[in-house]
Design a protein around this ligand. Structure first.
Ligand SMILES: Nc1nc2c(c(=O)[nH]1)N[C@H]1C(S)=C(S)[C@@H](COP(=O)(O)OP(=O)(O)OC[C@H]3O[C@@H](n4cnc5c(=O)[nH]c(N)nc54)[C@H](O)[C@@H]3O)O[C@H]1N2
Ligand SMILES: Nc1nc2c(c(=O)[nH]1)N[C@H]1C(S)=C(S)[C@@H](COP(=O)(O)OP(=O)(O)OC[C@H]3O[C@@H](n4cnc5c(=O)[nH]c(N)nc54)[C@H](O)[C@@H]3O)O[C@H]1N2
Ligand SMILES: [Mo]
Length: 765
């Protein structure tokens, strides 16, 4: 008889997608009470006249009007277009102390915020405030600071180009570059690492390249949940016979098999398509070793071919004309032993060889990757080794080949493009001066981690957030929460209530805004905004739903309100004019960033336009003018090698969540239902500790330099197909285990996916 599994843990055998996905959408629509207008809303997602789906940053096939079904896109849209409201009566009923005890799901599930609110310490409640008074309070607080560098301006990647651009204008006119950004916690390793390799911090492929590729390598991303529209691309590629080689510690269902809800045959016959042709369960944090192993195999195959009289398998013409640094790379790889590669990657030499054979056989290869690569203390190094692998065979800058980082938030890439950066370059400063007649400071500002440190130390006293849930998304929960409670001012531009709003500062203000799906009407009429997807395509997005409350303002209007109250008419910026007609914001964007030439005209063309990605055309904007092979750190520096007795914890998104937004408590594809308090463990790791499936455990982080103890207690261990030495738990709950100081020193990305811990059973009497 099969052993009884812990409560809520089941074997889920069905493919990803399929009828399971359709049922999940119906449930979501009903729960958010949007059945009537819900279906119509979904149909307008990613249409030429519709709005950009806030679910992910994967491009749409040429922005045609085909209705692309997507379960998690549907969740993102219905979560925003819900009929539920958080109005002043809600706040009158619940004190902030009471709300603090609610879980993250319940807080957001109450619905859309309807009124600007300010916290009153006497009643311990948020109370209504007029917009103008809210702006005036924020302006007064910002002007009270001795120095503009004492304020932090956070951006979450849902903000449109127009909102983000006005925001950076306000902050630069105010006088700082303190731009902590969700990108600092996400793809910063890409933004910092790739420019050194290939001269641009963005992906080089277009969607069409997937039609011409001969092999896809996928590292550390979970598209069935996080980039669901990508599944259509992978489904098609697999059917075309393209090998898809996956490196991921967990067997993610959608990377194994997927039934396309748009495929009538698969739906009718309950069949599905195999996605991965080979699945390598690399150890958490073992990608650097796996990549060095793959390159070692490529060199071995090349040597063998040359000695047999062949021409080798490296693209020698590309290497000679376009790159530097191959000799040094070769030396590093030669000096890396197979023993260390096998120990750290957890993969066999044969497995790596078989993957390398696919790689050298394929004429054109695309490498896709996500957070499993970037969120490590070696995140930047990992990204650069991916670029090395591609460059060995000239797989950058030609059809069907290239690097494809899976971006996170739907406009996180665009926000960066239009100036959200703590390290502005000269071109940005010059552009701002040209467009607005003042020269902003070029002093380096704070990234996300630095902003929390500065707040903790009292060096920063004010925090404005353009969306997001910074305190919950950031590592080191207790530390971060303590810091947030020290602020003089916290102001949140937001759609829904979350825990960051409950970390009360001396003055705490909630500024409710329109979302992507809402109609945005300004003095000149209905407005569109623009976003940039993972493949550098810029296109328009227009909401059409009646806003949840007449009190709401758009993000650009709120930014302008704060700006006017803070800056008065400093620099003579026409805030009202730009908010009245977003075309005027785009005209300014075009002056600052010449790449957006004829912005208003080109964005009105169906499908929008692509920004310049020089590496896609083999123009290398690196220091040397060449693509550069870069050396990765030695494997002996790996946390796995340094702490052989520890387990390495990685933190994951469930299928029912969008970052800190928890839509529901299930993680269907991993067989977890109704709970999130679990740790996925290998059965040998359980046995070694005298534990078995379902036991209650404590997870304790290895001490960090600050000597503080960090733990997560009372979790349930579940037996799972994951490599020995690697364990996994859910984000954001596990953030309490991660010291703020655990981050990639080059990019500042927190090491959310490589946390050395110990696990012990809790004895129950
Ligand atoms: N529905 C939904 N969509 C989303 C989001 C969401 O939360 N929900 N978030 C958005 C955002 S901001 C982002 S950044 C993206 C995130 O998209 P992903 O990058 O897919 O994010 P994660 O869930 O963090 O999972 C990463 C994958 O990496 C694997 N992994 C973990 N550690 C390692 C490792 O050391 N090596 C390797 N090779 N793999 C590893 C995990 O098993 C998992 O499959 O998705 C975006 N889209
Ligand atoms: N342990 C661990 N931690 C992680 C990660 C991980 O993998 N593991 N991933 C990291 C990553 S990749 C990221 S990107 C960050 C995410 O960090 P954030 O971007 O800060 O977090 P979100 O959860 O996406 O923010 C959700 C909130 O955004 C607000 N919101 C939603 N829509 C809108 C809108 O249209 N406008 C405005 N103004 N507000 C809106 C709502 O109030 C909602 O509560 O978390 C990081 N933290
Ligand atoms: Mo992200």
């Amino acid at each position: 008889m099969a052993k009884k599994r812990p409560e809520g843990i089941e074997k889920y055998d069905a493919p990803a997608g399929g009828w399971g996905a359709l049922r999940a959408v119906a449930k979501t629509l009903a729960h958010q009470q949007v059945v009537a207008q819900g279906a119509a809303t979904l149909l307008k997602a990613n249409k030429p006249e519709g709005f950009d789906c806030p679910g992910c940053a994967w491009p749409d096939p040429k922005h045609t009007s085909s209705f692309e079904f997507c379960e998690n896109g549907a969740k993102a849209i219905t979560w925003e277009s819900t009929a539920k409201r958080v109005d002043p009566s809600f706040f009158a009923e619940h004190t902030v102390s009471e709300l603090w005890g609610w879980n993250d799901h319940s807080l957001e599930d109450e619905g859309r915020l309807t009124h600007p609110m300010i916290y009153n310490a006497e009643t311990d409640r948020y109370e209504v405030i007029e917009w103008d008074d809210a702006f005036a309070r924020i302006g007064a607080e910002l002007n009270r600071l001795e120095d503009p560098h004492q304020a932090e301006f956070y951006t979450s990647g849902r903000a449109s180009n127009e909102a983000a651009f006005l925001y950076q204008l306000m902050v630069r006119a105010y006088g700082t570059n303190n731009f902590p950004d969700c990108s600092n916690m996400c793809h910063e390793a890409t933004s910092v690492g790739l420019p050194k390799s290939i001269g641009v911090g963005k992906g080089t492929v277009l969607l069409e390249d997937f039609d011409h590729t001969d092999a896809i390598f996928s590292f550390g991303h979970n598209p069935g949940t996080n980039h669901p529209r990508m599944m259509a691309t992978l489904h098609e590629a697999s059917r075309r016979g393209v090998p898809i080689i996956v490196f991921n510690p967990l067997k993610e269902r959608a990377l194994e098999k997927f039934a396309s809800p748009q495929d009538p045959v698969e739906m009718a016959t309950l069949s599905s398509t195999r996605i991965a042709s080979a699945y390598h369960q690399v150890r958490t944090g073992g990608d650097l070793a796996a990549l060095k192993g793959l390159m070692k195999c490529v060199f071995e195959i090349d040597d063998a071919d040359l000695s047999a009289g062949g021409i080798g398998v490296l693209d020698r013409a590309f290497v000679a004309e376009h790159t530097i640094g191959l000799e040094a790379l070769r030396e590093d790889i030669d000096n890396t032993s197979w023993d260390s590669i096998i120990t750290v990657s957890g993969l066999t030499r044969e497995a790596l060889k078989s993957a390398a054979e696919v790689y050298v056989k394929a004429k054109s290869v695309i490498v896709c990757y996500g957070m499993g690569i970037t969120q490590h203390s070696n995140g930047t190094g990992n990204v650069q080794q991916l670029a090395n692998l591609l460059m060995l065979r000239g797989n950058i800058g030609r059809r069907g080949a290239g690097i494809c980082p899976l971006r996170g938030h739907s406009n996180v890439q665009g926000d960066r493009t239009v100036g959200i950066t703590e390290i502005p370059n000269k071109a940005l400063i010059d552009g701002m001066e040209k467009a607005f007649g003042f020269r902003p400071t070029d002093m380096k500002g704070h990234n996300a981690i630095e902003s929390v440190e500065a707040i903790m130390e009292g060096r920063s006293k004010a925090l404005i957030c353009l969306g997001g849930n910074l305190a919950v998304a950031m590592s080191d929960t207790d530390f971060t929460f303590e810091a947030m409670r020290k602020l003089d001012l916290a102001a949140h531009i937001t759609t829904k209530l979350n825990r960051s709003h409950l970390l009360i500062a001396k003055t705490s203000i909630i500024l409710p805004c329109l979302g992507r799906t809402d109609l945005d009407t300004q003095a000149s009429g209905p407005q569109s905004v623009t976003v940039e997807d993972s493949m550098s395509m810029v296109h328009a997005s227009r909401g059409f739903l009646n806003p949840p409350s007449e009190m709401l303002k758009s993000e650009p209007a709120i930014v302008a309100g704060i700006a006017k109250a803070t800056l008065g008419d400093r620099h003579g910026i026409d805030w009202d004019g730009m908010v009245a007609d977003y075309d005027r914001i785009r005209d300014k964007i075009e002056i600052v960033f010449p790449d957006f030439f004829e912005f208003n005209k080109r964005v009105r063309v169906r499908g929008g336009f692509r920004l310049d990605v020089p590496a896609s055309e083999r123009r290398w904007k690196t220091e040397s003018g060449k693509a550069t092979f870069l050396i990765g750190r030695g494997l002996h520096e790996d946390p796995l090698v340094k702490n052989p007795d520890a387990l390495v914890l990685t933190t994951l998104r469930s299928h029912d969540q969008y970052n800190t937004t928890i839509y529901g408590m299930d993680d269907r594809y991993r067989g977890v239902f109704g709970r999130r308090d679990v740790i996925f463990m290998n059965k040998d790791d359980l046995a070694k500790r005298g534990l078995s499936d379902g036991d209650i455990i404590n997870v304790v982080a290895l001490p960090s330099t600050d000597g503080k103890s960090r733990s997560a207690r009372g979790l349930t261990a579940i037996e799972y197909d994951i490599p020995r030495g690697s364990i996994a738990g859910y984000y954001p709950e596990m953030n309490a285990l991660i010291a703020l100081s655990a981050y990639d020193r080059i990019s500042g990305t927190p090491a959310y996916k490589g946390v050395p811990v110990t696990v012990t059973g809790v004895t129950t009497q």
